[in-house]
Design a binder for this molecule. Sequence first.
Ligand code: GLC
Length: 562
Amino acid sequence: MDGNGTVRRNAAAAARPWWKDAVVYQVYPRSFQDADGDGIGDLKGLARRIPYLADLGVDALWVCPVYDSPNDDNGYDVRDYRAILPEFGTMADMDDVLGICRTHGIRVFMDLVANHTSDEHAWFLESRASKDSPKRDWYIWRKGRDGGPPDGLTSHFGGSAWEYDERTGESYFHLFSRRQPDLNWENPEVRAAIRDVMRFWLDRGVSGFRMDAITYLKKDWANAPADGPAAAMCLNKPGLLDFLREMKREALAPYGAATVAEAPGVPAERAMEFIDPDDGVFDLLFTFDHVDLDIAGVPRGQRRPWDLRTFKRGFTDWEKAAGERGWLALYLENHDQVRSVSKFGDDGRYRTESATMLAAWYLLMRGTPFVYQGQELGMANAPFRTIAEYRDVDALNLHREALAAGRSEAEVLRYLAVRGRDHSRTPMQWSGAPNAGFTDGTPWIAANPDCLTVNAEREAADPGSVLSFYKRLIRLRRTHPAFVHGTFEEILADSQALGGYLRTLGPARFAVVCNFTAASQPLPDLPALRGMRRVLGNARSGAPDALGPYETRVLGTAPTTD
Ligand code: GLC
C-alpha cells in the first residue's frame, strides 16, 4: 500500500469513527445482575450477561461507576478512582468484563466523575486536614459569614451548597450532596490528577468515557449570585472549554479515546463548540431538553405540563444544530430519568405499542443511540407508595426538605412517583422468578412486581415483544447506512399527535412516522412519503392512511425486511 493510500485510509477512519455506527447500552451495575446473592448487582453478574447484550446487537457499553465509593450517591461519590468497590467485585473482575466484551466486539465507556470526589477520597481527607495542607486548594474552601455559610447558594440535591468543617472553621463547596465536595479545577495539579485517572483506565483497555456533570467544572465566582441554585454560577461558564481542550489534548486525543458528555446547560445553538469534529472537545453530547421538559425552569421538586411539540423539538432542534458535522448521543432513559414508557407512552394497555413506538422514534435518528438497561423490555416506573421504598439520596433529601417546608407527604410522593430517579434503578427484569431473576438474596431496592410479565426470558421467546422489536430496529439500523450516515429532516413538526422524520443517503430514502397517542390518527398525504413502502412497524395490519394507537411505521424505498 502506498503512502497516499494510508493517508486516505486514516482520513476515512477519522471521518467515520466507530461510535457513529454504534448502538450503546447503559449498564447500572448495582441493578443489573447479582452473582453472589448479596442483593447488589456486580461485575461477575455483568460478565455473565454480556452474551445477552451481544445478542441484542449492541456495540458498546457505558458502565456507571464501579469505583470504590461510600455510595452516598450510588458510586458518583468516588473514594478511589483506581479501585473497584468490593460490593461490585475486584479489579480482576473488571478486567474479565473488559476481556469478555472484547471477545464479543463490544467496547466500554467508563463513567468519569471529574467534577467532585467523595468526602472519603484521600485527596479530600488531606485537603480538609489543615489550612496548610498541600491539597487544601484541591477543593473549594471559604470562610463562613456571621456564623453561617459563605453565601446562600443551594446544592442540586437540596440545602446549602456549603458544608461547614469544624477542624479548620471553613466550609467546602458541593454542588451535589454534602458528601461530594467539588474539585477545584483552577488548580493545575487537580487537572493533571484527573488526566492520570483517564490514562489509568485507557491503559486497561476502555475505549473512552461518559463524562459526568462535566459542564459544571468551571466556577464563575466573580458573577455568583448571593443565593439560589449554585448551578447558576457553574453551569457552562466561560473558561470551561479551556479546561476541556487541555483534557482532550493531553489525555484523550493521544489514545483516540471516545467521549460522550453529560451536557446540561449547553443550549442547542452552542452545541458545535463542544462537538465540532475539528475544534470541539467531545464526540457526543447528552442533551436534556427532551427529558427535562417537565422540570426545566421550575423550582426543585415541582413540575410543569409539557406537550408533544416541545418533546419533539428536544430532539429536532439538536439535530438541526448538529447539522452534517456534529453528532449526538440519542437517548430516552438513563439512571437519572424515569422510564420512558411511563412518561412518554402508556405503561398500561398500550405498553408494547408505546414502548416500541418510542424506540423507533429515537433509534433511527441521526446520532448514536443509547439504550438504558430494561428499556429494551419496556420496563415501567416502580409502583412505590411510601418513602421507605426509595433509596436515592436526592429523593430522600427532597422528601425531608419538602416536609420541613410544609408540603404534604402525599404531594411529595406524587412528585417522586413520576420523577424519582429510583424508577430506573429497580432490578433488571431477567425472568418472572423471585426478584426478577436479579438476585437470590434480598435486592437493595425492590423489583417491580410486573416482572412476572415484563422480563427478558419471556420477551426473548416472543416475536411481538418490545425486546424483539429493539433487535429488529438495531438490525435495521445496521443494514441501511442511511439510518446512520443519511441526512435528517423532520416531518409533521406541528402535529400534537404525530411525529416523524426522513433519512436520506444517495438514492436510499426512509421515513419514520409515529403516533404518540392512544387514538387512531390520520396520516397526512405528504409528498415525501409517496411511493414508499413499509419496511418495519409495530402493527401487523393497518390502514395505509392512518396510524393506530401508538403505531410506528418505518417506510422506505428499500425492499421490505419485515
Ligand atoms: C450526574 C449523574 C448523577 C449524579 C450526578 C452527580 O448527573 O448522572 O447520577 O447524581 O451527576 O455525580
